[in-house]
Design a binder for this molecule. Structure first.
Ligand SMILES: Cc1cc2nc3c(=O)[nH]c(=O)nc-3n(C[C@H](O)[C@H](O)[C@H](O)COP(=O)(O)OP(=O)(O)OC[C@H]3O[C@@H](n4cnc5c(N)ncnc54)[C@H](O)[C@@H]3O)c2cc1C
Length: 359
């Protein structure tokens, strides 16, 4: 059996970016991905401007701009009852844009392949055994062996579960997502709309389609869907993707010689649209640590540096996550704040600036 330097479970943004950086430095890199790409995902499809530096280091920024996308000029917060606050987003090369995950994720995974990573799609990891190295079994009955393992398999991480690290999910909320026909004159805005039953995120992803996300609780989600069907005149047999949990405790990002990145390590509140950035950035940080270990540096020290770099990435930002969660769990209170213009427009402008900048 071939011994890989690193096996990465999950080929989303976290896993693909980690694989690209590992393969780019000459490591024998394996990616095991459950789905066949291209595939859609429950996501708002918005790329926070902080993603650009990572994409530039991957030499992918222009290829992302070449994908069908929408440039987003502004974010509009809408309170229950309809009062709104509009905040401008940056323009130019550092703009926020929306691109379908089927296109974005497929490009990242293709790039990892181009740099030499071995990618196995439609391959679900089912068993992990650790002796000197990791032995990985899949649902196809195949076995792989690797010196280092990376869990990049999302919020319901199998790797974390098989390592007995997956926290009990708080199944308090559920998300639905669909691409629906773009309403006329929707404009180039992201809409974050508070509703009695939860909230909705809306963003155009190209000239003809709107990404529509709904987040509610199990008892309210069907009412939210009916609201969306009426509001956007959606056909009755529209298919919706779904995901839960929206919140869970973090998993340690380094545990023995398994590293966790992206949603597998920490699930952030979708409302702020930062998850893809954290996934890509943590993928890059993991690759730096893995290269050090494979090239003979002290593994404990490399893992400690990785853990510190991950903590630094979130430092001073988790309050935004908590604030966003409070707002979406209490849409009525959040709506009162949005209605309280002009104070709210200053607050929303400051908050948006903080979310889209890493300075
Ligand atoms: C409603 C909603 C809206 C959101 N909107 C935004 C937004 O607009 N912008 C933003 O930046 N973020 C947004 N996010 C967050 C974002 O979607 C995630 O943070 C991001 O997808 C995390 O990337 P990842 O690579 O860590 O995990 P994922 O993208 O979840 O990728 C994990 C991969 O692992 C694979 N996998 C899982 N189990 C196995 C297994 N056992 N074996 C092999 N493969 C496996 C899966 O098939 C998947 O491809 C949103 C989230 C939600 C829920």
């Amino acid at each position: 059996m071939e011994l890989f330097d690193v096996a990465i479970v999950g080929g989303g943004p976290a896993g693909s970016v980690c694989a690209a950086f590992c393969a780019g430095t000459g490591l024998q890199t394996l990616v095991l991905e459950r789905e066949k790409f291209p595939r859609e995902k429950v996501c708002g499809d918005c790329l926070n401007p902080s993603c650009w530096p990572v994409l530039q280091r991957l030499n992918l920024a222009q290829r992302v701009r070449d994908l069908p996308h929408s440039k987003l000029d502004s974010v509009e917060f809408i309170a229950i009852g309809g009062r709104n606050v509009i905040v401008d987003l940056p323009s130019g090369d550092d703009c926020e844009l929306s691109v379908k995950r089927s296109l974005f994720d497929a490009l990242l995974l293709k790039h990892a392949r181009e740099l030499g990573a071995h990618v196995r799609e439609e391959t679900t990891v089912t068993v992990l055994v650790h002796n000197e190295n990791w032995k990985i079994e899949t649902d196809r009955g195949e076995n792989f062996s690797a010196r280092i393992l990376v869990g990049a398999d999302g919020r319901n991480s199998t790797v974390a579960r098989l390592c007995n690290l997956l926290p009990r999910p708080a199944r308090e909320r559920v998300a639905l997502q669909a691409h629906v026909p773009l309403p006329q004159n929707f404009g180039r805005r992201v809409v974050l709309q508070f509703l009695q039953e939860g909230y909705s995120g809306q963003a155009p992803v190209n000239e003809t389609e709107l990404n529509l996300c709904l987040v509610g609780t199990p008892p309210t989600i069907s009412r939210l869907r009916r609201w969306a069907e009426d509001h956007f005149e959606i056909i009755a047999d529209q298919s919706w993707r779904t995901i839960t949990p929206l919140t869970r405790s973090p998993v340690p990002c380094a545990h023995g010689n398994v590293l966790f990145i992206g949603d597998a390590a920490r699930v952030v509140e979708p409302f702020t649209g930062e998850g893809i950035y954290y996934a890509m950035q943590s993928g890059e940080l993991a690759a730096i640590a893995i290269a050090k270990i494979i090239h003979g540096k002290d593994p404990q020290s490399a893992l400690r540096q990785f853990a510190r770099a991950c903590a630094e990435m979130y430092r001073g930002r988790l309050w935004i996550n908590r604030l966003a969660r409070m707002a979406v769990l209490s849409p009525r209170i959040a709506s009162v704040l949005v209605r309280f213009a002009p104070v709210s427009s200053v607050a929303m402008r400051l908050l948006t600036a903080r979310i889209i900048s890493r300075e």
